[in-house]
Design a protein around this ligand. Sequence first.
Ligand code: NAD
Length: 395
Amino acid sequence: MIIKPKIRGFVCVTAHPEGCAANVQEQIDYVIKQGPLNGGPKNVLIIGASTGYGLATRIASAFACRAGTVGVFFERPSINGRTATAGWYNSIAVEKKAKEAGLFTASVNGDAFSDEIKKDTIEVIKNGPGKVDLVIYSLASPRRTHPKTGESFRAVLKPIGQPFTAKTLDTDKKKVAEVTIDPASEEEIAATKAVMGGEDWEMWISALSDAGVLAEGARSVAYSYIGPEVTWPVYKNGTIGMAKEDLEASARKNDSRLRASGGSAFISVNKAVVTQSSSAIPVVPLYISMLFKVMKDNGSHEGCIEQIYRLYRDQMFNGSRPKFDEVGRVRLDDLEMKTEVQEIAQSLWNEADTESLDEHSDFAGYREDFLRLFGFGLEGVDYEAETDPNVDFEA
Ligand code: NAD
């Protein structure tokens, strides 16, 4: 079939296998060009490994550090002539390249919140590298079924206490409009915490530790976001921010647990980038479009792979302890949060409307990154060619 992007609101329901492979290859080429990182991890478990920050982490681990990787994700293969999800194609591409490079690689596709997938992953580690010395928690999910109670939770992206009115961008229609989001109920706040908070990360660390598959000195990192004041009512001070606070509390608990064997756990606050998850957050895509303009203009723009390579090179595998902020987090969002960057982003924000969007933002860059998530717009891919959507992992 000829595979073209089919956009529905803030998602693209098609993905291009060769385009996704080209996207993975570009990230591999980037880390190889930056140079190998000595003293990196030997075997890394990445929970949420198929897209966005988790995919970049898998690529940096394998191709900058020559680490074995076990990737956990929830993706759909091609069925009934529909394309697979981008994360499916990405993971096949990473595995193929890692095998060619002589590295251990394995993937577990299923619900990471479940006990079953934790058990399967532990078996994969036991039958493969035996132990992992780094566990990355990079899940972003709209829902979770609790493994002990069976209760289902749905995360919401809402303010707390009062309604929030702000500019937002309809990325499909390229329209800036005002949106008012009603505040979350207590139940919704609790549900969002259950999905995106830290309980599941703690369950992973307990399960891995109890099964004896964590190496001496194993470390674990979860990713978070803070962002600028314009997004705080719906992000930092909203339901998702409460969940991230809970994740920070879990970082402290996981840290004490891992310290017993010489390891540690912490949060890395990363910068805003275009991913399937960030495209779904109200207000954030407009801010990202402005941020990209400012950071591209001043030469400090980074995507997922640049961020994670920097995390590894400057914070985790440079022979000294990471530099933590006052509450123990690594701040990869340092360049985003610089006063001069934020001041310009804020003034662009004040000016932006539908007519002046191209002048006041890098909407073209946003759009390009969005399509690339699904394997579209990659150089060297023939998008007019017949393409088989049915691609599978090598046995
Ligand atoms: P993403 O949507 O690109 O990736 C989410 C990953 O989670 C995918 O691999 C997906 O398969 C997996 N996943 C979702 N539900 C699952 C389930 N039930 N079981 C197994 N796997 C599941 O998201 P992302 O933007 O890379 O976000 C990853 C982390 O980075 C999140 O904690 C997010 O808050 C954080 N972060 C994102 C940004 C940003 O701008 N995108 C900025 C800073 C921090």
